[in-house]
Design a protein around this ligand. Structure first.
Ligand SMILES: [Zn+2]
Length: 401
């Protein structure tokens, strides 16, 4: 017979749950925590004092209640003291942020990178250099409790190895391990696919907060996806799930970097749009080039309008397939897909009307990412905080050791 959870297990679970409320929802009164967590006042008081003693939260009197009687103390995250490092490795740029508990971006560096091969030494050197610069500026009482990175590519969940990335020209790169070694913080670095982490970010802090079933589509050179089902990221057996960019929408269509033909990414991605608009040549890539096509279409440029229609049709077909399979409440367009969707929303909607089944689409909402380009970085920070939220006191004790 298996024993039930011990008192200590329950306490640990409750500490994590309380910290999660404060981390995701911001400052919250003890009274509100009592009602949201369904625990009694003395339990909430004991949990907050444990988290306060550990330096994870602090309690303050509310500014103005306007109500009579003794005000309930407000619990705030110690954002300036407890932080993680978040990294984003995209085809065109590298970004590093120091993110405080509660999701506050305390410091951020970004640099452009030349498109091309993923050189492990070069990338981990640049990222850890930024992190060191940021650490030098922190106060003595701050504590780093985690680190995580978003990478454009397929990442093995178990060890952070980048298995494949057609757009970074990378295969089998032990990225998490090497970045962890370079950082020298004594912390493992979790690694995730950038679109998966973008989905997590929009679900935690963006336009999809409070939405339990959503699909986030992220465009840069390729198209990535992240699927949140029932409030959880669908990673699949090994963590490679959600590669909606390689869903075949046009068999026999354009060649894709993955070796197949007619993948969503090959028909809708940056290259497809720029080629359809006749904008090929040096310097014709990236966010600005995509934006230029959308702006030209707005001004009445027929070639740009036709290109957007073509790409919008394929995008709509891809979204219709996803809607039929997953019945999301919301589909979010991020990265360059934000611009492409805004420039072709009517075509996307008409393809949905043609190919998505009525019950699945009648309450569907199409939205653009509210965190913009920062979504994968914000998602990486959430991944880095996951351990702290699972076992706050243990992780903090280790970080302070
Ligand atoms: Zn493909």
């Amino acid at each position: 017979m298996r024993a039930g959870p011990s008192q200590e297990d329950i306490r640990r679970h409750n500490l994590g749950a309380l910290l999660r409320h404060v981390h995701l929802g911001g400052p919250i009164s003890r009274a509100e925590l009592t009602s949201r967590m369904g625990l009694n006042r003395s339990t909430i008081m004991a949990l907050t004092s444990d988290l306060t003693a550990a330096g994870l939260v602090r309690e303050e009197l509310p500014r103005e209640t306007g109500r009579a009687g003794r005000p309930s103390l407000v619990v705030r995250p110690e954002s300036a003291r407890v932080y993680v490092f978040a990294f984003d490795v995209g085809p065109d740029r590298l970004a590093v942020a120091r993110v405080g508990l509660g999701g506050v971006i305390l410091d951020r560096r970004e640099t452009t990178r030349e498109r091309g091969k993923f050189v492990l030494d070069e990338l981990t050197g640049a990222l850890s250099g930024f992190a060191r610069q940021m650490r030098r500026k922190t106060r003595d009482d701050t504590v780093c409790v985690g680190a995580a990175a978003a990478v454009s590519g397929g990442v093995r969940k178990a060890d952070g190895v980048v298995r494949f990335s057609p757009n970074l020209l990378a295969e089998e790169i032990p990225f998490g391990e090497e970045l962890g070694r370079r950082l020298g913080l004594g912390l493992p670095v979790s690694v995730g696919n950038d679109a998966n982490l973008g989905a997590l970010a929009e679900h935690s802090r963006g336009v999809g907060a409070a939405v339990r079933d959503l699909i986030y589509l992220h465009g840069d050179v390729g198209i990535g996806g992240g699927i949140i089902a029932g409030g959880h990221l669908l990673g699949g057996h090994d963590g490679y799930g959600g590669e909606v960019g390689h869903m075949v929408v046009n068999p026999g269509g354009r060649a894709c970097g993955c070796g197949s033909h007619g993948c969503l990414e090959a028909e809708v991605g940056e290259r497809a749009l720029l080629e359809a608009a006749g904008r090929i040549g040096p310097g014709q890539h990236g966010r600005d080039a995509v934006r230029a096509v959308v702006e030209a279409a707005d001004r009445g440029d027929i070639g740009a309008q036709d290109a957007l229609k073509k790409v919008g049709d394929w995008l709509g077909l891809g979204v219709a397939n996803l809607v039929n399979i997953f019945n999301p409440e919301m589909v979010i367009f991020g990265g360059i897909l934000r611009e492409i969707y805004l420039g072709s929303a009517a075509r996307v909607r008409s393809q949905l009307a043609l190919h998505a089944m009525a019950p699945q689409r009648e309450r569907l909402r199409l939205r653009t990412a509210s965190l913009g380009d920062a979504a994968p970085l914000v998602g990486a920070a959430e991944l880095a905080f996951a351990n702290v939220l699972a076992d706050p006191l243990e992780v903090l004790a280790r970080a302070n050791a």
